[in-house]
Design a binder for this molecule. Structure first.
Ligand SMILES: NC(=O)C1=CN([C@@H]2O[C@H](COP(=O)(O)OP(=O)(O)OC[C@H]3O[C@@H](n4cnc5c(N)ncnc54)[C@H](OP(=O)(O)O)[C@@H]3O)[C@@H](O)[C@H]2O)[C@@H](O)CC1
Ligand SMILES: Nc1ncnc2c1ncn2[C@@H]1O[C@H](COP(=O)(O)OP(=O)(O)O)[C@@H](O)[C@H]1O
Ligand SMILES: [K+]
Length: 505
């Protein structure tokens, strides 16, 4: 699914209005109905609803919602914020349509601010995608009052004050919503960790914007849905054999971190690798052979660390390197040799990322179009330098991927996958149960297996990150988020693959 900027969203609105031959007021009615439908499922009519409306179409939506909720027996109080001399046309039309029983109150100065309490139920319809500067003055006072009241806030389309697709200047007030109910497509701002306190739980309701417009408009930002990955997955052929599903090599594990190799290996096998060889330092031999009998085990000549590449390295289809590796000098040399000599695709994680990050020479040796990096945000900063904020991080992601012609899965709540063409795909699965040691090692195993099965590097990233998160989502029902471990995620990979293999409804 594509993500649209605020400007493109406005264009999609206009295109839909023109294409369907409806008025903008009709589309507003449709949007407000979709919002009200969500709201009714969530909140009972017994609650008094306070709706704060700004001067534009977001406020216009708020006025329609007020009318609809009133019809459905909710107690509603409407507040019109700011001077009323510059309201949008659809706002004015819907103000006239407001039932007489709903006498709006005007808030033009601080003395007009109502006293909300913690139990109040609030709809924030001050500003949406049309916000064009930081919120100050009376609007900021209303926002601060809402935030300080502790009331339950549902923002309409956007938390008011938050920019849709760029960094919000610090001086602007921003609503801290419990829920944000947005139209048609998620907005980029929802996917960035720095906005968690503003966006709350976000939900998208369809309003029938032109699918033709959306499919044709140029955007290099995507949100990966089940539909997107379902079409990637390839069922196994009846007469296939293990030789067709790739021979993966994992270079993982160091003294005290052999578990990382076990996790990556188990995940790799659970993701369909035809054959798997793991090379570990001598200290890991018995552990690997016992914990993962399906994997073949090579031992390094070093007792504790990776120090050399296997002599038959050319025989593997893909190499996953990094989890638990350590950054000893001998290991750095071995990783350098790997980058300089091998021709297979590489999945580079954890300490292998740290090793590459520490040397411009190694970065320059990265084979083009052959590498997937899987950093968490700290490892990413080691690669690209300190970032200022989440937008800056995205910019660095794009630049790094295009400069080095590589793929990067920048891990987090909505893992962002960067491609050499400068596209970014945000993942939609996963939960905070994944915030525990070893889950990244699992991801390395999953992606390595997929590359070995001849998925393109882009497909392997999209599918791997999605499946990994889906396994964690399925694990929620049996172990919950607090007790979840990396092994639980591996144990739910089979269900996740089965889930994706089923026909879509
Ligand atoms: N288009 C459609 O058909 C549909 C649109 N939909 C809905 O419309 C929303 C977008 O509406 P929108 O474009 O009118 O913008 P909106 O978010 O209300 O804000 C603009 C107003 O605020 C003002 N303003 C801006 N920043 C300000 C600030 N910092 N401080 C103070 N004022 C500020 C600005 O005034 P000005 O800049 O002229 O001073 C203008 O008056 C969208 O989120 C969705 O809810 C749906 O109904 C579906 C159909
Ligand atoms: N709050 C969260 N919500 C969803 N996914 C998360 C969250 N926190 C972490 N993850 C996921 O868990 C994994 C953690 O990886 P990483 O930090 O490398 O762990 P480790 O190094 O311990 O294996 C990543 O796939 C990341 O996207
Ligand atoms: K809003």
């Amino acid at each position: 699914m594509k993500l649209l900027s605020a400007e493109q969203t406005r264009a999609a609105d206009a295109y839909t209005i023109q294409g369907e031959g409806i008025s903008s007021t009709d589309l507003m009615e449709r949007a407000a109905r979709a919002f009200a439908g969500w709201f009714e499922n969530k909140f009972q009519p017994s609650e008094q609803v306070h709706i704060f409306c700004g001067p534009g179409n977001n406020g216009g939506d708020g006025l329609v919602v007020a009318r609809l909720l009133h019809e459905r027996t909710y107690g509603v109080q409407v507040y019109l914020v700011g001077e009323q001399d510059k309201t949008s046309q659809d706002f004015s039309i819907n103000l006239k349509r407001l039932p007489e029983a709903l006498q709006p109150k005007h808030i033009a100065k601080s003395a007009d601010l109502p006293a909300l309490v913690k139990s109040s139920c609030v709809i924030d319809a001050l500003f949406g995608t049309g916000l064009n500067r930081p919120v100050t003055g009376i609007f900021a006072q209303v926002i601060n009052m809402m935030n300080e009241s502790g009331a339950t806030i549902t923002s309409l389309d956007m938390p008011s004050g938050l920019y849709t697709d760029s960094q919000t200047p610090e001086e602007g007030a921003i609503v801290q919503a419990n829920h944000t109910v947005s139209f048609e497509l998620p907005k980029l701002a929802f996917l960035l960790p720095q906005h968690e306190q503003f966006v709350g739980d976000w939900h998208v309701v369809p309003i029938g914007l032109s699918q033709q417009f959306i499919s044709e408009v140029a955007s290099d930002l995507y949100f990966t849905t089940q539909q997107d990955v379902h079409q990637l997955i390839r069922p196994r052929k009846k007469f296939s054999h293990k030789g067709l599903y790739g021979h993966a090599l994992l270079l993982c594990g160091g003294y005290g971190k052999i578990g990382a190799a076990v996790l990556a290996a188990r995940a790799c096998l659970r993701s369909g690798a035809g054959l798997l060889t793991v090379q570990v330092p001598q200290a890991g031999y018995t552990v690997l052979q016992t914990a993962v009998p399906e994997a073949m085990t090579l031992t390094d000549k070093h007792r504790k660390h990776l120090s050399a590449l296997p002599s038959n390295i050319d025989t593997f289809d893909v190499i996953g390197v990094g989890p638990g590796l350590g950054t000893e000098r001998v290991t750095k040399t071995a990783v350098g040799q790997l980058l300089a000599t091998v021709s297979q695709p590489l999945v580079i994680d954890a300490d292998a990322i740290n090793i590459v990050a520490s040397s411009d020479k190694l970065k320059a040796q990265l084979p083009k179009g052959k590498v997937i990096f899987t950093p968490h945000p700290k490892e990413f900063e080691r690669l690209v330098g300190k970032v200022k904020n989440d937008y800056d991080r995205l910019q660095h992601l794009r630049e790094f991927c295009t400069e080095y012609q590589c793929y990067v899965t920048l891990k987090g709540s909505h893992t962002a996958i960067g491609t050499p063409e400068g596209k970014v795909y945000f993942n939609s699965t996963g939960n905070s149960g994944l915030a525990t040691g070893g889950t990244g090692d699992v991801l390395t195993g999953v992606i390595t297996a997929l590359v070995g099965q001849q998925y393109s590097l882009e497909e392997a990233c999209l599918l791997g990150v999605y499946i990994h998160g889906l396994a964690a989502d399925l694990a929620l029902s049996t172990v919950g988020s607090i007790a979840m471990t990396a092994s639980d995620v591996i144990d739910h990979l089979p269900k996740a693959f089965m889930h994706l293999n089923q026909p879509m409804p």
